[in-house]
Design a protein around this ligand. Structure first.
Ligand code: GP9
Ligand code: MN
Length: 400
């Protein structure tokens, strides 16, 4: 009921940090384009296989962007849908299932709704069936104005592979819609080709598959390379359409790509065993904030997560974040690094905790449990508060 929400509000307020003044309003009035990069691990960035870069375009883009090298995917079983849920709401996904599927009709206070009150037009582009992950229902609850699903794309036998429309064709067909769109817009493109089991046509294989003991790992690198090309194509088309200069691009990986049962291939690649510590680090995905014309670009190694994007973006847009966000502005000086994963694992700048063991976050060495204990209660509390909001649909009591 409403009093539960009061308790949670008090907790969130007590843990609040003042957002960065430097970044406040930095991108006010500009278009925003999120690119959700399917199954994009962070380890592909600046990596070479057989002497070739896996993500040459992203590696270049990073030089001209704010790049976060310790940014975690925090998804649960809801995979892509959980990443969207985290980014739009700054709430944790559920311990089981996908909140998109089980709580689609909840009252939310998501970014599309908030920016809509500031004159933004919002849309999602994703060339899959609108009902997948219940998106057709949830996007309304989140306040999206439009959803360009598979019906908006020309998909034929020559331009699809694996799960559907190839990423290059997807971005090429998306830009004309953006060109027509009312500005400023807040939009999200969700890529698809780099999805398990990583199928690709021979002519799209820009690098060779690897030769490890895992077919999945072997095929993963060429599909990542292909998505990198699709993103390059997208940025070029945005320039051609005169949309680039006035748009901010935020690229992030939705979640890991290599499942645990294929770690044998990664172990071959690294020549060492993948430990529970490594497993947590494998949940890192790239976060790239590219602001054309921005001059203070750099790599930021603070521990951050998908839950932080909503408060971070709203502050950059100069819009007050007046609601219940569990994340924090990643540019704030006051930020106390603590990133919580859905399974209760957590990472700070000093420790990493998973499966009952406390590690040194840098070296991976096991350390005294007492180093992790100060955070344990907070982690449990925070996940449980977020769950309460979703299970109880508590945001409907807000401002009553
Ligand atoms: C489906 C796409 C993939 O539309 O978002 O979903 P996933 O299987 O990664 O959750
Ligand atoms: Mn996904």
């Amino acid at each position: 009921n409403g009093s539960e929400l009061d308790e949670i509000t008090n907790y969130v307020n007590a843990n609040d940090v003042d957002p960065s003044e430097d970044m406040q309003g930095m991108i006010e009035g500009k278009n925003v384009v999120y690119i959700s990069m399917e199954s994009m691990h962070r380890f592909v960035i600046n990596k070479k296989v057989n002497g070739e870069e896996v993500t040459p375009f992203l590696n270049d883009l990073i030089q001209d962007s704010l790049y976060f090298s310790n940014f975690y995917s925090q998804v649960g079983q809801g995979k892509t849908s959980d990443s969207e849920f985290l980014v739009e709401n700054s709430l944790y996904p559920l311990p089981r299932g996908s909140a998109f599927v089980t709580h689609a009709d909840n009252q939310f206070r998501a970014v599309p709704e908030i920016v809509g009150e500031h004159g933004y037009h919002s849309a999602v582009f994703h060339a899959n069936d609108a009902t997948f992950w219940n998106r057709n229902i949830v996007y309304d609850s989140l306040g999206y104005d439009e959803f360009f699903d598979i019906e908006s794309y020309d998909v034929n036998e020559n331009n699809q592979v694996g799960w559907g429309l190839k990423d290059v064709d997807f971005v090429e067909q998306t830009v004309p819609y953006l060109k027509e769109m009312q500005q400023p817009f807040y939009t999200k493109l969700i890529t698809l080709t780099n999805h398990f089991p990583f199928e690709l046509d021979p002519q799209d294989q820009l690098i060779d598959p690897l030769e490890t003991s895992s077919e999945t790992v072997n095929n993963y690198f060429p599909t990542v390379r292909y998505t990198d090309k699709a993103i390059e194509t997208f940025i070029q088309k945005m320039k051609d359409a005169d949309l680039y200069e006035n748009t901010v691009f935020i690229l992030y990986g939705d979640h890991y790509g290599i499942p645990e049962f294929n770690y044998n291939g990664l172990e071959d690649l690294r020549g060492e065993e993948i430990t529970p510590f490594d497993h947590v680090k494998l949940q890192r995905v790239p976060l790239i904030i590219h602001i054309p014309g921005y001059t203070d670009n750099r790599t930021i190694d603070n521990v951050t997560g998908q839950i932080d994007l909503k408060p971070t973006l709203l502050n950059m847009m100069g819009i007050a974040n007046d609601d219940l966000s569990f994340g924090h502005d990643i540019f704030s000086d006051e930020n106390q690094p603590l990133t919580i994963l859905r399974d209760g694992s957590f990472i700070t700048d000093e420790v990493l905790y998973t499966k009952g063991v406390c590690y040194d976050a840098e070296s991976g060495e096991e350390i005294e449990a007492s180093h992790c204990e100060p955070y344990s209660k907070k982690v449990e509390q925070e996940l449980s508060y977020s769950d309460k909001i979703i299970y109880g649909d508590l945001l409907r009591f807000k401002d009553e």
